[in-house]
Design a protein around this ligand. Structure first.
Ligand SMILES: Cc1cc2nc3c(=O)[nH]c(=O)nc-3n(C[C@H](O)[C@H](O)[C@H](O)COP(=O)(O)OP(=O)(O)OC[C@H]3O[C@@H](n4cnc5c(N)ncnc54)[C@H](O)[C@@H]3O)c2cc1C
Length: 815
């Protein structure tokens, strides 16, 4: 037997589907010096279940990408590694009980089409052609996915393990990781069998990930934000009618998901397997009285069929043969949930050279793709496709145990729910409050959560319908629409104020800070006393992030960025930070008020502001407003004359009162979004992502290829510039119907899909529907007529000049 390894490049903790898939991808890419440590036998890791569904459908672009990759990979994996597997591509249908659900299917089918998947919408009658045992009289329709199926999870894990071993990867079974240490930049992974010194460690410990995460705490790690839920399904005994049909046709019935009722129903041998995601769901191991056992592998929770009763009855009415057979076996197993139900795949927050691949609710379906993504993170520090939706850094310090539990229960109970654009999920709220939160709410603020921070989305007036039900629509119109219009008009004609709590805020200083930043951004730094947008490309010249850079002095900066980007952007700045520079996070100490509109200068003058109000656009200065010390930045994301007031939290209430008292109308995030679209200002992880290069993103004016400093992606951008870009960022005016274009809607030219939207919405100042997007470079000329597919409807969309739709010459904001 080979000796226990004392060194490795990568150690993966956990040998479920995700760990083995990661090892497989690393080894296949030539990184054979990698070891996987599994505390048990390798099966499908520690979760027992008969077969895993492998869907393509997902509301998130990144997750759909991962699932599509898995499904394609599994089709040939058995052959590729010479390990035959049970993988049944049965196809699947999803049922729609409402028009809104059909619209959701249209949208996902559009996303799928862009990714090369053929999902089609069906009438109730067509559904019966696919599934002969189905009752359809009360349905609106459904969706058919020919590539859906189910796979044996244990065989899948074994196949990945075989492939990994054949390619040189090493697997140590019955080898629990007991602790970690650091020696310089090396990790020391401790096990009973010995220690392994390595460069990178990956936490792939499934529902044990929080426990394994504790080992990283001494090295900067946080408590892993997840909760273990119980998920049950039961298998019926043989159903003679089903057996006869299968014998006759030689097929299984397709997998069925009644997403409005919330269950899946799959053929298993000649019986059926019913798995609900019940509202009255249950979390385990969440109190000190009910600790997680040291090892629960291959064990199940006691049956709890009562919880499923309502779902079982509904399913029996939908597929009556289900009621003709007895219950054969019930499976009630642990399933990890991150607060949003999406997995954690990527860099471990706060810990150098450590990664995470855990909290999978659909780990069988996503494991193949997740292994690819994790191996890219480890080998290259970046991924082929933008993976922010599953990046562990999307949750910051607000995601404590109470939050995780509340969200896990909500997410599990609404596993298949539709995510409407004006809906805010109610659980786990009020984690971070602005200093003027109570006042904002008292004025009618309808709150939204941004990295845990509560901000007003819009302000309701007396009598407005602010119920959750009112938001259950894809349409633009709702009780909010007239209010947003009023807020935008106040900013356009007079002055508005937005309480923008939770802007991420970092200070960078020390000798050489400027030179350090020049080596990170593609453009130039502002002069002291000024600010600019700094773009940080990745090594391929793609848009990693954007920050506002304020320069106080030669080597003293404040960097401001999106609330959700807090940990991501801190990492970007902190990576390779030279000794002698100081980088500090001040997000929770200060807050921001955006005061903007043509009368904003008058407002400040009326407040006895001690500042140079004639200082030009993009100037910054310390000031006093209404006698209170603060900092003014002359900039406006709304595209009007305006200033941001930055001040210590304690000073914000008085400043807010003063600004309101001087006549500013409060406005919310929806109004701000409408106005930034009219200006063509990009939003992070919609319009700005690593799916696009700086040049594709139309950000050439922020790229200085002739500057002496090297910066990430410089060579790639030089090359791209020579070759010519393949895609271009465009602003489109859309002849939209009731809804504006959501993120990732297909752009059509004739019969060809030629691009996608990156955001869309209604511009209240120009009174038109706007979409921002990426289109094939040869179709980016102003005036080009395209179509954008909005929930299945193709709407005319015309490419606009490369300038803002509102105030193209930027005269208003320079006034
Ligand atoms: C009833 C049920 C039905 C399901 N149905 C589906 C489905 O249809 N489709 C689907 O995609 N998903 C399904 N899932 C979810 C799926 O099973 C999981 O998402 C998936 O198994 C997770 O894989 P993983 O590799 O992340 O974790 P795991 O499979 O849990 O593997 C983690 C591994 O880490 C090991 N480990 C933990 N701590 C240590 C340590 N200290 N040292 C070494 N090793 C350690 C564990 O022993 C384990 O083997 C279902 C789950 C349940 C319970």
């Amino acid at each position: 037997m080979a000796e226990f390894p004392s060194t490795a490049r990568v150690v993966i903790i956990g040998g479920g589907v995700v760990g083995t898939s990661t090892l497989y991808h690393l080894a296949k890419a030539g990184w054979s010096d990698c070891v996987l440590l599994e505390k048990n036998e390798l099966t499908a890791g520690s979760t027992w279940h008969a077969a895993g569904n492998v869907p393509n459908f997902a509301g998130s672009w990144a997750v759909m990408n991962m699932q599509r990759y898995s499904a394609a990979m599994y089709r040939t994996l058995g052959q590729d590694v010479d390990y035959p597997m049970n993988y049944h591509v049965t196809g699947s249908i999803r049922l729609a009980h409402s028009k809104e659900r059909m619209q959701e299917f249209e949208r996902v089918a559009g996303m799928g089409r862009y990714q090369g998947l053929e999902m089609t919408l069906c009438s109730p009658e067509e559904l019966r052609d696919y599934h002969p045992f189905l009752e359809t009289h009360d349905l609106e329709g459904g969706m058919w996915d020919p590539l859906d199926g189910d796979i044996d999870p244990a065989q899948l894990t074994q196949a990945l393990a075989k492939g990994a071993r054949d390619a040189g990867g090493r697997i140590e079974r019955f080898c629990p990781v007991e602790g970690l240490d650091r020696d310089g930049d090396d990790w020391i992974v401790k096990t009973e069998k010995g220690e392994i010194r390595c460069e990178y460690v990956v936490n792939c410990a499934g529902y044990y990930a929080q426990r394994v995460g504790e080992m990283f705490r001494p090295f900067g790690g946080r408590r892993v934000p997840m909760v273990v839920m119980s998920h049950q399904y039961f298998l019926t005994e043989e159903i003679p009618e089903l057996a006869a049909w299968t014998k006759e046709t030689g097929r299984k019935v397709p997998l069925l998901r009644d997403v409005d009722t919330s269950y899946y129903l799959r053929q298993d041998k000649n019986g059926l397997n019913l798995g609900p995601y019940e509202r009255n769901c249950k979390a385990h191991w969440v109190t000190p009285e009910d600790p997680m056992p040291q090892d629960f592998s291959f064990q199940l929770y006691p049956d709890d069929l009562e919880r499923l009763e309502w779902y079982i009855e509904d399913a029996m009415a939908r597929v009556p043969v289900l009621g003709t057979a007895g219950v054969g076996r019930n499976i009630n197993g642990p399933i990890p949930y991150a607060p949003d139900g999406l997995p954690m795949v990527g860099p471990m927050p706060g810990v150098k050279n450590a990664f995470e691949g855990h909290s999978f609710t659909f780990g069988i379906a996503q494991g193949g793709g997740a292994g690819k993504v994790l191996s890219e993170w480890i080998m290259h520090g970046e991924t082929e496709d933008d993976m922010w939706a599953v990046d562990p850094r999307r949750y910051t310090d607000y995601a404590d145990h109470d939050y995780c539990l509340a969200k896990a229960l909500e997410t599990y109970g609404h596993e298949y729910a539709m995510h409407f654009p004006h809906h805010e999920w109610p659980a786990g709220r009020d984690k971070k409050l602005s200093p003027v939160d109570a006042k904002v709410r008292a004025m009618g603020g309808q709150m939204g959560s941004y990295n845990g921070w509560e901000r007003a989305n819009w302000f309701a007036a007396e009598g407005d319908d602010t119920s959750e039900e009112a938001t259950q629509t894809w349409d633009r119109n709702g009780p909010w629409q007239a209010r947003i219009k009023g807020e935008v008009e106040a900013v356009r004609d007079a002055v508005g104020v937005l309480d923008l709590a939770g802007f991420s805020r970092f200070n960078l200083s020390g000798p050489g800070a400027a030179e350090y930043l020049r080596g990170k951004i593609s453009g130039a730094l502002p002069k002291p006393g000024r600010m600019t947008l700094g773009y940080f490309p990745d090594s391929r010249g793609r848009i990693l992030t954007e920050m506002s850079i304020m320069r106080h002095d030669e080597d003293h900066f404040t960097l401001i960025t999106a609330a959700t980007a807090e940990w991501h952007d801190f990492d970007v700045l902190n990576k390779d930070l030279p000794g002698g520079l100081s980088l500090t996070n001040h997000t929770t100490e200060f807050s921001t008020l955006i005061v903007t509109g043509p009368k904003s200068r008058d407002l400040f003058q009326g407040l006895d502001t001690q500042a140079d109000l004639a200082a030009s656009w993009l100037s910054i200065q310390t000031a006093t407003v209404a006698g209170i010390g603060c900092f003014l930045a002359r900039v406006s994301f709304a595209g009007e004359l305006g200033w941001e007031i930055h001040a210590a939290n304690a000073d914000i209430p008085a400043l807010f009162d003063a600004v309101l008292g001087a006549g500013a109308k409060p406005f919310g995030m929806y109004a701000l979004n409408s106005m930034r679209l009219e200006k063509g200002y990009r939003a992070w992880k919609g319009d700005l992502s690593t799916d696009y290069s700086m040049l594709e993103g139309g950000l050439e004016r922020f790229v200085k290829l002739d500057k002496p400093q090297d910066f990430p992606g410089k060579a790639a951008l030089q090359n791209e510039k020579q070759q010519g870009v393949k895609k271009r960022f465009v602003t489109l005016l859309v002849e939209a119907g009731d809804a504006d274009a959501p993120y990732m809607s297909c752009l059509w030219h004739g019969d060809a899909v030629v691009g996608e939207t990156t955001s869309g919405g209604w511009g209240h100042r120009i009174n038109a529907s706007i979409a921002l997007g990426m289109v094939r470079a040869d179709l980016a000329a102003p005036g080009t007529e395209l179509e954008v597919e909005i929930y299945g409807q193709r709407c005319k969309a015309v490419v606009q000049e490369d300038q803002p739709l509102w105030d193209p010459a930027n005269e208003r904001l320079r006034a």
